[in-house]
Design a protein around this ligand. Structure first.
Ligand SMILES: CC(C)(COP(=O)(O)OP(=O)(O)OC[C@H]1O[C@@H](n2cnc3c(N)ncnc32)[C@H](O)[C@@H]1OP(=O)(O)O)[C@@H](O)C(=O)NCCC(=O)NCCS
Length: 170
C-alpha cells in the first residue's frame, strides 16, 4: 500500500474530517457534547481554522497551535490526525488530539503509519507527546501502545492519558 501524508487542502478535507468525527460520536470515540449542533458547528469552524492557520481556539477561547495531517492510501483519502498543545493542570504538552481512519480503509496499518510519521517528526525535535482516549477507543489505544505510548493515568474526565517520550537522537 502506498501511503502519503499531506496538509489539509480546503473544504473537501475539512468536510471529510468533520464527517468522520461526527460519525464516531455515537460509538463513543469522540465527545458526546458534539451532538449539540452548536458544538458540531464550532468543531467545523475549528477544523477550517486549523487548515488555514495551523491554530485553533481552545475551550477558554485562547488561540493555540494545532495542525492537521491528512493521509491518503493508494491515492484515496484515508484519514487524518491533528496535533495540538494541551494545557493539563497548568502544564503544557504536545497532544495527538483527534484522529480517524475512514471505515473502508481500516486494519491496513494506515493509523500506525500516521502515528509513526507524527512521532518521527516530534522525535527529531526532542518533543514528548500525549494523548487522551475515551474508554471506547480500544483500537486507537492499541495503535498508540504499539507505537511506544504508555498509559500514565486515567483522568477525572474518564479519559485514559497516554504519553510517549521522544526517542533520544541516535
Ligand atoms: C482506531 C483507528 C484510528 C485505527 O485505525 P487503523 O488504520 O484501522 O489502525 P491500524 O490498521 O494501524 O491498526 C494496527 C493494529 O492496531 C490494533 N487495532 C486497530 N484497530 C483496532 C480495533 N478496532 N480493535 C482492536 N484492535 C485494533 C490491531 O492490533 C491492528 O493490527 P491488526 O489489524 O494486524 O490486528 C480506526 O479504527 C478509527 O478511525 N476508529 C474510529 C475513530 C477513533 O477511534 N479514533 C480515535 C479516537 S481519538
Amino acid at each position: 500500500m502506498n501511503v502519503r501524508f499531506r496538509p489539509a487542502l480546503g473544504a473537501q478535507d475539512c468536510h471529510f474530517i468533520h464527517q468522520l468525527i461526527m460519525s464516531e460520536v455515537s460509538t463513543g470515540h469522540f465527545d458526546a457534547g458534539l451532538l449539540d449542533p452548536r458544538a458540531s458547528a464550532g468543531l467545523m469552524q475549528n477544523i477550517q481554522k486549523m487548515a488555514a492557520t495551523n491554530t485553533r481556539l481552545d475551550s477558554k477561547g485562547n488561540e493555540v497551535p494545532a495542525s492537521i495531517v491528512m493521509v491518503d492510501a493508494d491515492g484515496d483519502k484515508a484519514g487524518f490526525g491533528i496535533t495540538t498543545v494541551l494545557d493539563l493542570h497548568d502544564v503544557k504538552i504536545n497532544e495527538f488530539w483527534l484522529a480517524g481512519i475512514a471505515p473502508n480503509q481500516r486494519r491496513k496499518g494506515v493509523m500506525t503509519a500516521l502515528t509513526k510519521f507524527l512521532c518521527d517528526q516530534l522525535d527529531e525535535r526532542g518533543i514528548r507527546i500525549g494523548a487522551r482516549l475515551l474508554p471506547a477507543s480500544d483500537g486507537m489505544r492499541a495503535v498508540l501502545i504499539n507505537s511506544g505510548f504508555l498509559h500514565v493515568e486515567t483522568l477525572p474526565s474518564g479519559h485514559a492519558f497516554l504519553i510517549r517520550k521522544a526517542r533520544p537522537p541516535s
